[in-house]
Design a binder for this molecule. Structure first.
Ligand code: HEM
Ligand code: HEM
Length: 292
């Protein structure tokens, strides 16, 4: 999730928060579409001209190899993001590659296995998932992964929008700035309640401890304490609004963090199964090294 701010506005209260867009979105979409169109044309020719088109024969066998290479390229985003940040291109552009190439990999894998068990020859028993070196399981794992990826991108856009809207309307900005502001307001309350009566101090302490849910009536105080109490109560009210804003932004971040955890765990599992299928098929049916 990336949020940036345009600083051209002179008033910090009216900053515009937005997610940066990238030309890479269209470039990778066009490349993926082109590849898929070429492969789909080859697929149509194969199913019209071959008696038994399937993953054993070319060109559908080759589609499996291409799908595998695309899955590896998709996973390479992690390399750019974590391990090899010096790789050329912006992370944002790599994420668009990740998105479109990941989807193309699934569509090409479907052509590779000629939609077996998906549109015909439906699975009758468990062996269907382990046959052909776990081919069907590899396909399902890829499909689930791509689906969680799409859900995640939508969630990311939605939550980034929520944070952006909150950050542009709360008068301070994103979480760290809110935390700093809350601290400043707490110091202010502390200053106002120093040397005051117990009910005054107790009220302020409770308001700070209970945060956004605090809703107690004002205590009975000596008239001399009233001006400072009113200022403290107003400061606490402002603080309460910032606490609410912080909670909203942290919730949005948590949703994205949980989703990323799910997607990355699934990605590791899916990569394991897909690699197993691809390597075994390469050894058995392409290089003819394995004879099981
Ligand atoms: C190096 C890459 C790959 C090669 C060489 C390859 C090769 C093959 C071969 C030879 C078969 C037929 C095997 C049999 O029926 O015993 C097959 C089936 C299959 N492959 Fe691949 N494949 C590759 C990548 C992939 C990928 C990336 C996926 C999807 C994620 C996939 C999904 C399938 C499925 C679903 C079947 C059909 C399984 C069945 O009929 O039960 N393959 N593959
Ligand atoms: C072959 C299929 C895919 C694989 C193997 C895969 C794998 C991964 C991995 C390993 C990460 C973690 C990157 C990191 O933080 O190191 C990731 C992140 C992500 N993936 Fe995928 N993914 C696939 C498909 C997709 C698809 C199709 C989409 C969207 C339509 C998608 C959207 C995302 C998003 C939004 C992130 C988080 C980006 C970030 O926070 O930097 N993924 N994916």
């Amino acid at each position: 999730m990336s949020i940036s701010t345009k600083t051209s506005s002179p008033q910090p209260m009216r900053r515009i928060w937005n997610t940066p867009t990238s030309g890479a979105r269209w470039l990778w979409l066009a490349l993926s579409l082109l590849l898929y169109t070429v492969i789909f044309a080859l697929y149509l020719v194969a199913i019209k001209t071959q008696a038994f088109p399937g993953p054993f024969n070319e060109p559908l066998l080759g589609f499996g190899i291409i799908a595998f290479l695309l899955v590896l390229s998709t996973a390479a985003y992690s390399l750019r993001r974590r391990f090899a940040r010096s790789l050329p291109g912006k992370a944002q552009a790599w994420l668009w590659m990740h998105t479109w190439v990941g989807m193309a990999a699934l569509l090409i894998a479907l052509l590779h296995e000629n939609f077996t068990h998906i549109l015909h020859n439906y699975c009758q028993n468990f062996s269907c998932f382990t046959n052909a070196y776990w081919g069907t399981t590899a396909l399902l794992a890829l499909a689930i992964l791509v689906l969680t990826g799409i859900v995640g991108r939508l969630l990311d856009t939605w939550q980034a929008h929520n944070i952006a809207r909150d950050a542009s309307t709360n008068g301070v900005g994103i979480a760290r700035a809110i935390e700093e502001r809350i601290l400043e307001l707490e110091y202010e309350v502390e200053r106002l309640s120093a040397g005051k009566s117990e009910p005054f101090k107790e009220y302020c302490l409770q308001a700070i401890n209970m945060g956004a849910s605090f809703n107690a009536p004002a205590p009975r105080l000596d008239a001399r304490e009233m001006p400072d109490f009113q200022r403290a109560a107003e400061t606490l009210k402002t603080r309460q609004q910032f606490v609410l804003s912080l909670q909203r932004q942290l919730r949005a971040r948590l949703i994205i963090r949980i989703w990323r955890y799910v997607h990355i765990t699934l990605a590791c599992l899916a990569l394991l199964i897909i690699t197993f299928h691809a390597v075994m098929e390469l050894l058995a049916n392409v290089f003819h090294i394995l004879h099981l």
